[in-house]
Design a protein around this ligand. Sequence first.
Ligand code: GLY
Length: 359
Amino acid sequence: MTRYSRRNFLKTGAGAGAAALFAGGLTPRSAASAGSPAAAPGTPRVVSSGNGIRATAKAMDVLRAGGDPLDAVIAGVNIVEDDPEDMSVGYGGLPNEDGVVELDSSVMYGPTHSAGAVAALRNIKNPSQVARLVMERTDHVLIVGEGALKFAKAHGFKEEDLLTEKSRAAWLRWKETMSDRDNWFPPKTESLPEDLRSVMSTHGTINCIAIDAAGRLAGVTTTSGLSWKIAGRVGDSPIIGAGLYVDNEIGAAGSTGRGEANLLTCASYRIVDAMGRGKSPEQACLEACEAVVAKTKLVPRLCDDQGRPNFGLDFYALNKKGEFGSAGFYQGGKYAVHDGVENKLRDVAYLFKRREGDR
Ligand code: GLY
């Protein structure tokens, strides 16, 4: 639920590199974190977005018990899909402009190089499980909307209302305060908790990628997508190559944040490809950020007064050696890693420092 409108970049350090970028030179720039060492052979590792610390813990439990990496990452994100307090994923996710929760998810499994995905799926709390069934029980990769719901029901999933009181109240506030030229009036006294009052546009999501002791890679991305979106809008999360990509010979990558920007960049595929050409996971994620920044410059409405993206988009990567990394545009992001020894949040590498006073 972070808003990016008041951020700035420094004229030194990371900002100097960014200046080169804006001048047209795509120079790699400094990062907030130092990347990661390779894992000792046979060490499982799990990487997730900042909202995934419980997912990485759960996934590591599954891997340590000898479980499959796809079982592990799906079990991990199911915790967040089921949690009404995470308003960016699954149950309790923020709805579309009509007040209906629509979910997107994809899974990809390295050993068989197969993938499955669902998009604009309504009334089913765990779209990641449905995405897996698309992969395992159909000849398709992506099923959307009504078809995805019918498919889920055919496999025994029960329909339920995914809108919680909290997400309904946030949606109603958005609806009532959107315009003073319509027929909706805001309440006379504020009834929403403060943290929800500034919820104008979010792209929250969870990505989780893992490697097991045998070197098998798998990943999942799941989301309720952009809040207040036009019904039927699909983001990057269910698009293989954008919100998720896995190549068992190289590594895995995924994303959270503004899906439209990623759909125009296909960053997860780029990141895996870059790792295949020898880039570290962190370098590969930073390069993807640079690519998005370069294209975003062409769209003034998506830029702040210094030509930087006025939105967020973060990438996560894990290679075959167990090295991991993450990058986003702005300083301050965290991502979750279980490195086989400890499970903790780490700093996301970044292109731009925040200005003094930015949130
Ligand atoms: N990255 C999630 C979305 O834009 O839907």
